[in-house]
Structure formats: structure tokens, C-alpha cells
Design a protein around this ligand. Structure first.
Ligand code: UD1
Ligand code: UDP
Length: 370
């Protein structure tokens, strides 16, 4: 059994780390292809290092200047690797352009070998998520990836329902949870001991945490202005600072707008995983448009305000531990009030730390059946 994993972005590295660890510990044949969609150290190398992920065998330098340039180079290069390596499985995670590029390369490869034994099984981890907002590039990516993959690993029953509604029931579908629960469990004791609060001179529950990076939140200046003004207002009202981890996409816009630290907003570079998770664990509340952070907040029991018009993590809404506000200051302020003194429970909506093991076992058993 030979496995190819295509990855690059921050959430892919974090969420695939536990499965990669299992493959390594079991001496399985596997190799990584990094598209370099995320390339600065703070979005890439720091996570490879922290989780001791082996160096990718193939590094594709696909320019992210335009999506077209990225896809053409990444698909072409990944397909070449597949011809050379002939893996049995090709694994992608989530909904990024990297995941879709990997999946498309596998599909192109399979067209040629459809009549013999060299077909690669394409595996989609974190399958079935839907925001039902086709303006999000990720929504298109998710749908295409699910359609083109052979084995789907949806995290929750809601995601399974989405898959079935799209008439994809003929695929191999295994509801396993989300590997975010594995990586969090593996690192929780280190997170608790992390010294970042002291470094930033912060006190537990005396600050808010935020990070945003969706095009709708940051490339749309009107929406970004609503968000920044809301943070200032909330900061002033509660006399608490916003610690703002700035994603590279957001950094570009903030620089253009010449935004600097203010009394209630403290902009920081993208944070390393343990620092960020410690800041989240001890924050009063997290304000974000990130997907993975909505999941993490539910696991550690921190109130989450989702600064978007929709979410594909609907299960967090059913438990009332996440509120969607869109880009509306009144709604953001009301949500903050609602959550401010609320004691949150911790939920195991995404599994209990053994999701990657379940995925691994399914891959083994499917391979034996082939
Ligand atoms: C991508 C994913 C998104 C995911 C996010 C995780 C797609 C369509 N989007 O969004 O689903 O939530 O990653 O963080 O795949 N940049 C740098 N340095 C880097 C990375 C990016 O400067 O290391 C710049 C790029 O040049 C680009 C901008 O940030 O101008 C956006 O990067 P891109 O990878 O296109 O999308 P993300 O917003 O990171
Ligand atoms: N994260 C991090 N440092 C930060 C911000 C986020 O390590 O400064 C982690 C976070 O804990 C989560 C993941 O990055 O595990 C989420 O990635 P991101 O928000 O970039 O992508 P999304 O989940 O929205 O696709």
C-alpha cells in the first residue's frame, strides 16, 4: 500500500499531522506533495516542525498570483509525480485549492489507467461540509472534490446528509469525526503550559481573540471596516483588548489601509499552533471567519462568534456554542452580550482523538479488499 498526500495550507498541515504520524509509526509507504500554496514560515514550516512531519518529497512552486496559474502548474506537476510513483491512495483534506488540485490531478491520471489495476483511490478527508454559499471558492472546491473522490470521510451526520442529498451515496462513505480532535487531544497538555499569556502581558479571560481571512471579510473593505469598528466598540465597552492574529491575506489589506495597533486592537503576525491555541483557551471569546477555529472552540468550550453570513460547521450552531453575525455591527454586539457571561460546555461533536486511526483502519481494510 502506497499513499500520496497532497497538502500545503496551514489547516491541512495541522489536520493531516495525526494521520501522517500513524503512517510513519507503522512504517507505511507514503510521501507528501507540497504545492506551496502557503509558503511563509509562519503559515507552513513552523507546523511541519512542531508536528515532526517528514519533509515533502515533492515541492511544487505553484504561483498563487491567480487561481488559474496555481491550478495549471499544480495539477500538471502532481500528475507527473503520480505517473512516477503510482500510489494506491491519493489523500486530500478539506476545501482548499491545493486539495482540489490534488484531486483533479488524480482524476486526470485515472482517466488513462481506468482499464487496468493502476487506478488511484482518491480519498477526501473532511468531506460533505456545505455552506450553501456558492460565492465562496471553498464551496465549489468541496463539491468538486466530493464528486471526484472515491472514499469520503465526513465528520458529522450533517455532512453525511449533504453527501446523500447530492446523490453521492454510491461512494464509500465513513463518518469518522474530524482529525482536529486528534491534534488537539495530542497537544492539550502542552497548550495548557504554553507561556504566551505572560509574554503578551495578558490575563486569563481578560481579552478577546480574533483572526479573519475570508475574501468576503477582508477584501471587501466595507465588511472589514464593520468588523474593525465593532472590535473597537466592544473593546471600549468591556475594557478588553482584541488580540488579532493577522493572516497574510489580511496583512496585505491592513497594510494598504495603513492600519496600526490601537488602544483596543493588537495586531500580531500569524501565531504558532501552541501559542494560538493557548490564547484561544484562555480568551473571553473568539471572533473569527475561520472554519477550523469554529471546531476547536466547541471542543475546548470557548464561545465563538462567526463573522460570516453562513457556516459549513452547522453542527456547532445546533449546540448554541457558535453564533453567526454576518457583517452587521448590531448583530456582532448582541452576540457578544449574549455570550459574555455564558458558561460554555465542551462538546465532542468532532470525535474524541481517534479519528485519524479510524481513517487509517478504513484505508487498510479497503486496500485488502481490492
Ligand atoms: C486558503 C484557502 C482557505 C483556507 C485558508 C487557510 C483556498 C481557495 N483558500 O485561503 O480555504 O481557509 O487558506 O488559511 O484555497 N499568502 C502569503 N503567504 C502565505 C500564504 C498566502 O503571502 O504563506 C498570500 C497569497 O499570496 C495571497 C493571499 O495570501 O495573496 C491569499 O492566499 P491563498 O492561498 O490564495 O488563500 P488564503 O486566503 O490563504
Ligand atoms: N491557527 C494557528 N495560528 C493562528 C491562527 C490559526 O495555528 O494564528 C490554527 C488554528 O488553531 C486552526 C487552524 O490554524 O487549527 C485554522 O486555520 P485557518 O483559519 O487558516 O484555516 P480554515 O480552518 O479557515 O480553513
Amino acid at each position: 500500500m502506497k499513499i500520496c498526500i497532497v497538502l500545503s495550507t496551514r489547516p491541512e498541515i495541522i489536520k493531516l499531522a495525526p494521520l501522517i504520524k500513524i503512517l510513519k509509526n507503522n512504517n507505511n509507504k507514503f510521501f507528501l506533495i507540497n504545492t506551496n500554496q502557503h509558503y511563509i514560515n509562519l503559515m507552513s514550516k513552523v507546523f511541519f516542525d512542531l508536528f515532526k512531519i517528514p519533509k515533502p518529497k515533492y515541492n511544487i512552486k505553484a504561483s498563487t498570483k491567480t487561481h488559474g496559474m496555481f491550478f495549471s502548474k499544480a495539477i500538471n506537476e502532481i500528475e507527473k509525480v503520480l505517473y512516477k510513483e503510482k500510489p494506491n491512495y491519493l489523500i486530500v483534506q478539506g476545501d482548499t485549492n491545493t486539495a482540489l488540485a490534488g484531486c483533479l490531478a488524480g482524476t486526470m491520471y485515472n482517466r488513462k489507467f481506468i482499464k487496468n489495476n493502476h487506478k488511484i483511490s482518491i480519498v477526501h478527508i473532511e468531506s460533505g461540509l456545505r455552506s450553501f454559499d456558492e460565492m465562496m471558492p471553498e464551496e465549489i472546491n468541496r463539491k468538486l472534490i466530493d464528486n471526484l473522490s472515491d472514499i469520503l470521510f465526513p465528520p458529522t451526520y450533517i455532512d453525511v446528509k449533504n453527501i446523500k442529498n447530492e446523490k453521492l451515496s454510491h461512494k464509500k462513505i465513513y463518518k469518522v469525526g474530524n482529525t482536529i480532535s486528534d491534534i488537539l487531544k495530542m497537544n492539550l497538555s502542552k497548550i495548557k503550559k504554553n507561556p504566551i499569556l505572560k509574554k503578551l502581558n495578558l490575563k486569563k479571560k481578560e481579552y478577546f481573540l480574533t483572526t479573519i481571512h475570508r475574501p468576503e471579510s477582508v477584501d471587501n473593505i466595507k465588511n472589514l471596516t464593520v468588523l474593525l469598528n465593532s472590535f473597537e466598540k466592544i473593546g471600549e465597552y468591556y475594557k478588553k483588548k482584541f488580540i488579532f492574529s493577522v493572516h497574510p491575506r489580511t496583512q496585505k489589506i491592513l497594510k494598504k489601509l495603513n492600519k496600526k495597533n490601537s488602544k483596543y486592537i493588537n495586531f500580531l503576525k500569524p501565531l504558532e499552533y501552541l501559542d494560538f491555541m493557548k490564547l484561544m483557551l484562555d480568551s473571553k471569546m473568539i471572533f473569527t471567519d475561520s472554519g477550523g477555529i469554529q471546531e476547536e472552540a466547541s471542543i475546548i468550550g470557548v464561545p465563538c462568534i462567526t463573522l460570516r453570513n453562513s457556516t459549513e460547521r452547522q453542527i456547532t450552531l445546533t449546540k448554541k456554542i457558535n453564533i453567526i453575525t454576518g457583517y452587521n455591527q448590531r448583530k456582532i454586539l448582541n452576540a457578544t452580550k449574549k455570550f459574555y457571561n455564558k458558561k460554555m460546555k465542551k462538546y465532542k461533536l468532532f470525535g474524541n482523538g481517534d479519528v485519524s486511526k479510524k481513517i487509517y483502519m478504513k484505508l487498510i481494510s479497503n486496500f485488502k479488499k481490492q
